[in-house]
Design a protein around this ligand. Structure first.
Ligand SMILES: [Cu+2]
Length: 179
């Protein structure tokens, strides 16, 4: 979803830059007096300033809403999962979530630092964060496809690190469509 927004924004910005180059290239051949050139210079500086304002204000505003820590929450999550990393097991509550609805996963560590990694049915890492003692990292994720997702530890946390695997069951949801 956010990737699509990023692609769209890049396309719009790219198009604007190309359009600006085209206008500059066309007007570059217009002959004029010194006064004309000075006036046109001032006009271009003004247009560039406004162009930057128009481009940057929405970009900065959009970025602020996406900051991971302390950023504003957009939509309330349908399900909240508490995930705690222990040497050497994951505690997930609940361990079943619906597909197609935003899920909030609150990740922490009980003893040492762990890495919370969620893998889909094709063993592709779909989302991850640190599991740290005394701190909760929040992941918001919408599972598109039902199935059994694997949870693996992404940070070496001792002798049993490789045994730290768990499962998150994603069930088909009749509610909102998958994103
Ligand atoms: Cu580990």
């Amino acid at each position: 979803m956010e990737q699509r927004v990023a692609v769209l924004v890049s396309a719009i910005v790219g198009t604007l830059i190309i359009a600006l180059f085209a206008v500059v290239a066309r007007s570059a051949h217009t002959p004029g007096t010194t006064e004309d050139i000075a006036a046109s210079g001032a006009r271009w500086r003004r247009m560039t300033l406004w162009g930057l304002v128009v481009l940057f204000v929405p970009t900065v505003a959009f970025s602020l809403t996406k900051l991971p820590y302390g950023g504003r929450e957009t939509a309330p999550a349908a399900v909240v999962v508490q995930a705690t990393g222990h040497q050497w097991a994951w505690e997930l509550s609940p361990s079943t979530v619906p597909a197609g609805q935003p899920v909030e996963i609150r990740v922490t560590g009980a003893d040492v630092n762990h890495g919370f990694g969620v893998y889909d049915t094709n063993d592709r890492l779909v989302t991850q964060t640190q599991a740290m003692p005394g701190f909760t990292n929040v992941i918001r994720y919408t599972f598109g496809t039902p199935g059994t997702y694997r949870i693996l530890c992404l940070e070496y946390c001792g002798l049993g690190h490789h045994t730290m695997t768990s499962q998150l069951t994603v069930t088909a949801s009749s509610g909102r469509a998958a994103q």
